[in-house]
Design a protein around this ligand. Structure first.
Ligand code: ZN
Ligand code: ZN
Length: 358
């Protein structure tokens, strides 16, 4: 390693070394694209980061070597020879090891090649450890995610001006997608647009359903910007005498749960306790079974990261974590309401990054 040009993500890499020591591992191999990016800043969908307590080596194929040299000049980068597996290349770098960390979510074929190359070594799943390191964001990552969320707000405002009754869900989705491509780096996930009762499906796939005048609309959207994601859900609530009374009651309830969780979110509380704040409000009103998903999730290089705010989760919230607060109520065939904000856990509470009216 060349210490003259330090890794801006060195603290996270050091935390991984502490994991190795705690779990008595000789080394860990990291294959996940977002995991590699979060540890050394290099973007490659075909790489392996070999981490030991004293050495970090990035193995990647010919296509990514020059970029790795440019982005991370401090990093020892090794070109993967043609026809050689990452497991074999890592074995050559490490020599024999007794205990080797790997991400449990890797393909079975890769797991078998690790077994073959590290015969006799104990393979230990450190996938959750690596994901946990990503749960607390760096100052730079927070700034980028906040910028992505601000752009998401702007796109929502622009797209809404083009929305007209009579358009289909697909039309509305294309409108949002066009703004995301024009102003950002595209969608962080497939934009969800639900007209009327289609919102009862949490992850409805937009289709030819026409959005009729006076019907509610649910939009769950996130733009990708500078390598990171954003996430927000808003519901357009019909007003006036013809508006559905139950929809209005459910909307107010979900908003109350969303605001209560935002008011409660602070470092030191568990992700499960945060979920409970919102869930209790919805349950007391009799809609508990209609809130069938977790309150929220972390957001970063990927749309779903840790922490997960779900019942009984004992992850302690820390400053620098990002989590969505997205309670919802879904009544099959009738209606669906979800209100989602992305919040940053601060030293005293939380800061709401989503600014769109709700
Ligand atoms: Zn969302
Ligand atoms: Zn979400």
């Amino acid at each position: 390693m060349n210490d003259a040009l330090p890794n801006p993500l060195a603290e996270r890499l050091q935390a991984l070394v502490r994991v190795l020591r705690r779990r008595r591992l000789d080394a860990a191999l990291v294959f996940g694209e977002a995991n590699i990016r979060s540890l050394v800043g290099v973007v490659s969908d075909n790489g392996c980061l070999v981490v030991t307590p004293s050495r970090v080596v990035f193995v990647t194929d010919f296509r990514y070597v020059p970029m790795a040299h440019r982005v991370a000049p401090w990093l020892e980068t090794v070109e993967l020879a043609r026809g050689v597996t990452f497991a074999k290349a890592a074995r050559k770098i490490l020599g024999p090891v007794a205990r080797l960390g790997y991400e449990g979510a890797i393909a079975a074929s890769r797991y078998l090649s690790l077994q073959a190359s590290f015969r006799g070594a104990k393979l230990v799943d450190v996938g959750d450890d690596v994901l946990s390191l990503r749960a607390v964001k760096t100052v730079d990552e927070i700034a980028r995610i906040a910028a992505a969320e601000a752009l998401n707000d702007e796109i929502w405002a622009r797209a809404r001006r083009e929305f007209r009754a009579g358009m289909t869900e697909k039309d509305l989705q294309r409108e949002i997608r066009a703004w995301m491509n024009a102003l950002g780096d595209g969608e962080a996930f497939e934009t969800i647009v639900c007209a009327g009762a289609n919102a009862a499906e949490c992850h409805h796939v937009p289709d030819g359903t026409v959005w009729r005048k006076g019907e509610p609309l649910l939009v769950d959207m996130g733009v990708k910007l500078d390598g990171v994601c954003s996430d927000m859900t808003r519901c357009l609530r019909p007003r006036g005498r013809s508006a559905d009374a139950e929809y209005g009651r459910v909307y107010d309830l979900v908003l109350e749960a969303n605001l209560a969780a935002i008011a409660a979110a602070k470092p030191g509380m568990t992700a499960g306790a945060l979920d409970k704040v919102a869930r209790d409000i919805i349950s007391k009103a009799g809609y508990g079974p209609a809130f069938g998903h977790s309150l929220g999730h972390g957001v970063g290089y990927e749309i779903h990261e840790l922490p997960t705010a779900r019942p009984k989760d004992d992850t302690v919230l820390e400053p620098g974590m990002l989590v969505t607060i997205e309670p919802g109520v879904y009544l099959e065939g009738r209606l669906g309401v979800r209100i989602e904000d992305l919040v940053l856990i601060t030293t005293t509470g939380c800061e709401v990054l989503s600014r769109s009216a709700k």
